[in-house]
Design a protein around this ligand. Sequence first.
Ligand code: DOR
Ligand code: ZN
Length: 353
Amino acid sequence: MKNRLTLPRPDDWHLHLRDGAVLRAVLPETARHFARAIVMPNLVPPVVTAQDASAYRQRIVDALPDGMDFTPLMTLYLTEETDPEDVAAAHASGLVTAVKLYPAGATTNSASGVRDFDKVRGVLDRMAEIGMPLCVHGEVTEADIDIFDREAVFIERVLDPIRRATPGLRVVMEHITTIDGVEYVKANDRDLGATITTHHLVINRNDILVGGIKPHYYCLPVAKREEHRLALRAAATGGDARFFLGTDSAPHTDPNKESACGCAGCFTATNTLSILAHVFENENALDHLEGFVSRHGPAFYGLPVNDTTITLIRGTPVSYPEKLQTDDGPVTVFDPGFPLVWQVESPTGKSPS
Ligand code: DOR
Ligand code: ZN
């Protein structure tokens, strides 16, 4: 049995870092293991212009503890007012890596998202021209569509028409949760990739609802039936370069999760690599972990694979803190529900105690 695995340093292609006290607390959790991350722009107010992205990037860099090496890859929040030239200039200067599309009302802080897709046509055309990726939260928001069907309906009614109308547009379907998402990616071999979260490889909808409601397993897109989880596991562990890790680690403090109207998001930054090693090992696919966490994402984004490495070691069960303390309150770390035996070796070559 393999008990040691050295990989190019991984990247997280979908991450929420927030701002202020929560940013300061969660950033080291990611930077400890990951070299880069695509940083989501759904702050309040959102990161809409190049100027917003530049200021947010600086706040992230300022929050990074001394001695940690981490590059935030910034995104802009697409609104119906977004200026195609501002986007193109931000991309050309290297400040911004991608644009994020939230349908209005789809999730946390998405009120400024897109209602009328014709109004963003100019931006999408310009992005296709310059090869800038569009990261998509793929759920429709119409009240008559069941929440468990929102991804499949989005593909048919919104995503496929956008892609047909905008040849060459590079799209990342973020945090796919369904067989429909997996199959749509597999049916398209150009300009389309998908991220898969850690938690959607682990939980299905029963985990959220059976035996009492588990607010820390509630996220959007919500976890689906078991058959969908199995399809995601097959896609993530199968070695197909169109699928790569985007944790969607999304911290909310406990009072905001454990509430009559709890926020969506699972906080997985702390233990993601331990969980993924467990999942890939269980699927007899440890050899494919490197592609999923370290190689497929850079290939899609046209960036180099990191030249530093991390080593995962298998040993006695590892314990992670149940909560991360922040000056805004505690944030619960995602509980995979099984013991974790893989951990990232510390830079000194020792396993962290
Ligand atoms: O669960 C989620 N949390 N899904 C999202 O799309 C947004 C995120 C957040 O910002 O909390
Ligand atoms: Zn997200």
